[in-house]
Each structure stands twice: as C-alpha cells, then as structure tokens.
Design a protein around this ligand. Structure first.
Ligand SMILES: [Zn+2]
Length: 222
C-alpha cells in the first residue's frame, strides 16, 4: 500500500457517510457515551436501527481491514483464525455449501462482499420511505454481526501491531467497543460466539467514565 493511501485511511474512517449512530459517537467520545449511543431513539424503528448499525459497522471494518489487507496474505494468515484456538470455515448457502477452509483474506473478502450484496438487496434492506423489513430480518442481522465479529477477532489476534503502526488503534478500539455495546444491548450474539475476545471485552467494560482518546484505554490484547 502506498504511503498516500495509508495517511488517508484515518481520515476516511473519520468521515464515513454520516448516520444517526456515528454522529452520536463523534460528539460523545467517552466510553459511557458510546454505551448510551446504542440506545434506540424514541420513535425510531428497531429494524431500521439495526440496519443503520450494520451499514456503519460494515463500512468501518471494511476500511480498517482494507488498510492492513496487504499484510494479511496466504503466508501470514493461511487460515481464518482468531488466535490458536479458533478457526472459521467459509460457508456460502448459494455456492460453497460445505464449510471450506480458506485463507483469512479470502474469508474476510467473502464476508465483505456477501454483506454488500445483502445491503443492496431492497427486499432485505429496504430503502423506501415506508420500510417493510422481511420476517427473517433479525436472523440476517445476527448472522451478519457474527461474521463481522470474526473479522474484528482476526484483526485483534493477527494484526494489532499492523493497526498500531498505521495509527488506527483508536479507530479499531472505538469501532469494536461500539459494536459490542450494540450487540449486547439488543442481545444479537451468543456469548460463546464472542468467546475469542472475551478478555478484551471484559477489560474495556471496566473502563467506565474514561475518555476514549486516552492512551490508557488499551486493553489486554496489547
Ligand atoms: Zn490476517
């Protein structure tokens, strides 16, 4: 990746298309505020709130991973792992029906384009003024969040030094903490699926009241 690309990544993340959730995070950068930011605003439709967050998390993780993707090769990351204990196999209902071992790069690229396709599907993520979300919408949301979590987990286990060198640690931590508060608030992931980052999560959960920009908020993964 060229230097000019690297320097623009942090700016890109900071200037993602604004949505209701990001605006709150940007003006309220303490950990407590991040927690408050996931609460469903009065009058907001819950499915719409889920859709807004899926868009945000997908954008954020896409940019974070894009910044380190050249360092995530078949040599450095031959499998989609989260440390030594966890490995994820790719399953695509339409093409790869059998769980398949793929490189981390392939897995994450598949996840990103799979989510993009979902987001572009008007039947699943309607954009019309009066939105009719499908009956299985919450199931889709849970599956998307589960797969996005795995991308965070791979980055934390295998690319934290890379993220740090690029000056993106703050963005990774903020994005992940926002993600965890959101999935916990609405009970959208199973405890066992979050196990790979359990220590990281319980560490930052103890940081109530701290400013997110403080250097002292780094957690156990460092
Ligand atoms: Zn990797």
């Amino acid at each position: 990746m060229k230097l000019s690309q690297l320097s623009s990544i942090a700016n890109k993340i900071a200037s993602l298309p604004s949505s209701k959730s990001r605006k709150i995070v940007e003006i309220a950068p303490s950990i407590d505020d991040l927690q408050a930011a996931v609460e469903l605003p009065i009058g907001e439709d819950l499915n719409e709130w889920y859709a807004v967050h899926i868009h945000d998390f997908h954008n954020e993780i896409y940019l974070l991973y894009d910044s380190i993707s050249e360092l995530c090769t078949s040599r450095t990351c031959p499998t989609m792992s989260a440390g030594e204990k966890y490995e994820y196999f790719w399953v695509d209902a339409e093409e790869t029906k059998q769980p398949t071992r793929v490189t981390a790069y392939e897995y994450i690229t598949n996840v990103m384009s799979w989510i993009e396709n979902l987001l572009e599907n008007e039947m699943l993520f309607p954009t019309a003024e009066k939105k009719n979300f499908p009956a299985m919408f919450v199931l889709i949301v849970k599956t998307v969040l589960n797969r996005l979590f795995r991308v965070y987990a791979h980055i934390y286990y295998s690319h934290l030094d890379d993220v740090n060198e690029l000056g993106l640690e703050f963005h990774l931590n903020t994005s992940f903490r926002h993600f965890v508060y959101f999935v916990n608030r609405f009970n959208l992931m199973k405890e066992r699926d979050m196990e790979p980052l359990r220590e990281e999560i319980s560490c930052f959960m103890k940081m109530k009241g701290r400013n997110l920009y403080s250097k002292s908020i780094a957690c156990t993964m460092r």
